[in-house]
Ligand binder design. Structure first.
Ligand SMILES: Nc1ncnc2c1ncn2[C@@H]1O[C@H](COP(=O)(O)OP(=O)(O)O)[C@@H](O)[C@H]1O
Ligand SMILES: [Mg+2]
Length: 414
């Protein structure tokens, strides 16, 4: 905005100053010259006659006054009058006394012989009356120019802001399908470059995930074979340890596959979120250390039931892994549903609340990889599922239970 406003203002002010000064000076010079010749003409005419008490000549109104020249100082300093005075002196060879009558009339006192002549003329005859109009026009045009350029630049700025927002939300791992490059050629090019980069990153990620899926899948068969072989071994401490390790590996491979599969192509289905959540929690977790706090208003929304189940199961599973008491609340407003899962564990430190959503990130690294320890994919999967529902997931600290608070916001489709 400043790039536009500053040069326009500077050039307009400069133009006004230079042009106005020159133009105004020339016009004043010309008008003053005309009046001065009129006056010298009048005096030449009067010299041959006796000066009448009252008279008119062209623009001038004159009268003779008996008093001497007033030593009245000139009313107020006006540059035009200075020019006029100078020209008058050149023309007549004598200086008059100029008085301004409330700025509207110029009173010019001249000494002619023993008499004093008073000439009245409208100030506008000397002043260039177009100057104020000229300044008004310049102001009007400046405002017009600025408004037009602001309207144009606003569109460009909108495109830049759009690109910035898209890049930022892509960085947060959100969907950016809706973005279309717009604006000037350069901005569109930047937008296209961003889209190309995004596609390359996505292709690469897809390739890696595919590889992870392939490896996990291939490992499954020998692992199952190992499991069978171990079953056939005689009971011993080694057999138990082996079984335990194989179970861990199986668990890890299942998590990898789960992650690599992603959301899948499940379709959205309209459901009543209140009933769905309470019945799902009650059938999956029969423990009585889980409390439900679900508002009675019906929340009808679109979800992909299987993936959504997976997300909720990850979160509740995490909560039970790290704590002993869990509370699940559901409330809704005009256009969004809010699911809150709280526990009484030790929570996640503030500076780790973003990183735990990254794949393979585990907050508690000291714990060895045993059956209960995950591989750090649960929250990554959950986040992807929630984004797939156009929702957001954020972590915080539970006020009532002092552990972790997970908040899911889902848009309600009416
Ligand atoms: N309810 C919770 N309380 C405390 N820490 C948690 C909780 N949920 C998740 N975490 C931490 O966040 C990390 C990432 O969680 P997640 O992605 O589910 O991975 P995983 O459960 O496989 O370790 C976990 O390693 C754990 O340290
Ligand atoms: Mg987990």
């Amino acid at each position: 905005m400043l790039i536009i406003i500053v040069p326009v203002l500077i050039s307009q002010l400069l133009a006004v100053y230079l042009f106005y000064k020159r133009h105004w000076y020339n016009v004043s010079q010309n008008t003053s010259y005309l009046i001065a010749t009129e006056i010298s003409e009048l005096i030449r005419n009067l010299n041959s006659k006796k000066i009448p008490k009252q008279g008119n000549y062209l623009n001038l109104e004159y009268s003779s006054v008996s008093s001497k020249l007033p030593d009245h100082p000139q009313g107020k300093y006006v540059e035009e009058l200075e020019i006029f005075k100078k020209l008058l002196q050149e023309e007549l060879g004598q200086e008059g006394v100029i008085v301004l009558d409330q700025g509207r009339n110029v009173h010019l006192y001249l000494q002619i012989g023993t008499q004093t002549l008073l000439i009245k003329l409208p100030y506008k005859a000397i002043l260039n009356p177009t100057t104020s109009i000229f300044v008004l026009w310049i102001i009007f045009l400046t405002i017009l120019l600025l408004s037009i350029s602001l309207i144009f630049s606003k569109n460009q700025i909108k495109s830049i802001i759009e690109l910035t927002d898209t890049a930022e939300s892509y960085g947060r791992g959100e969907k950016t399908d809706k973005y279309k490059p717009s604006g000037a050629k350069e901005i569109r090019q930047a937008g296209l470059a961003f889209l190309k980069m995004r596609d390359r990153i996505e292709r690469q990620t897809a390739k890696r995930t595919q590889m992870l899926a392939m490896i996990s899948h291939d490992l499954k068969t020998p692992l199952t074979r190992m499991k069978l072989q171990v079953e056939l071994m005689n009971e011993s401490e080694e057999k138990e340890e082996l079984q335990y390790d194989i179970d861990s590996m199986q668990h890890m491979i299942d998590s990898y596959l789960d992650f690599a599969r992603g959301e899948g192509g499940e379709d959205f289905k309209p459901i009543n979120l209140n009933n769905w959540i309470s019945s799902y929690i009650k059938t999956k977790w029969s423990e009585n250390n889980i409390s439900l706090n679900i508002s009675p208003d019906q929340v009808i929304t679109l979800i992909k039931p299987h993936s959504f189940q997976r997300a909720i199961a990850n979160l509740v599973g995490n909560a039970f892994k790290h704590s002993s008491k869990v509370k699940i609340s559901l409330s809704s407003s005009e256009d969004e549903a809010l699911i809150i899962i709280e526990d009484n564990g030790k929570g996640i430190k503030k500076d780790e609340r973003k990183s735990v959503f990254k794949p393979f990130y585990r907050a508690d690294k000291s714990r060895s990889l045993d059956n209960s320890a995950g591989v750090g994919l649960g929250l990554a999967i959950t986040k992807e599922i929630i984004s797939g529902h156009y929702g957001t997931i954020t972590l915080g600290e539970s006020k009532s239970l002092k552990g972790l608070l997970v908040q899911i916001q889902l848009p309600i489709k009416k």
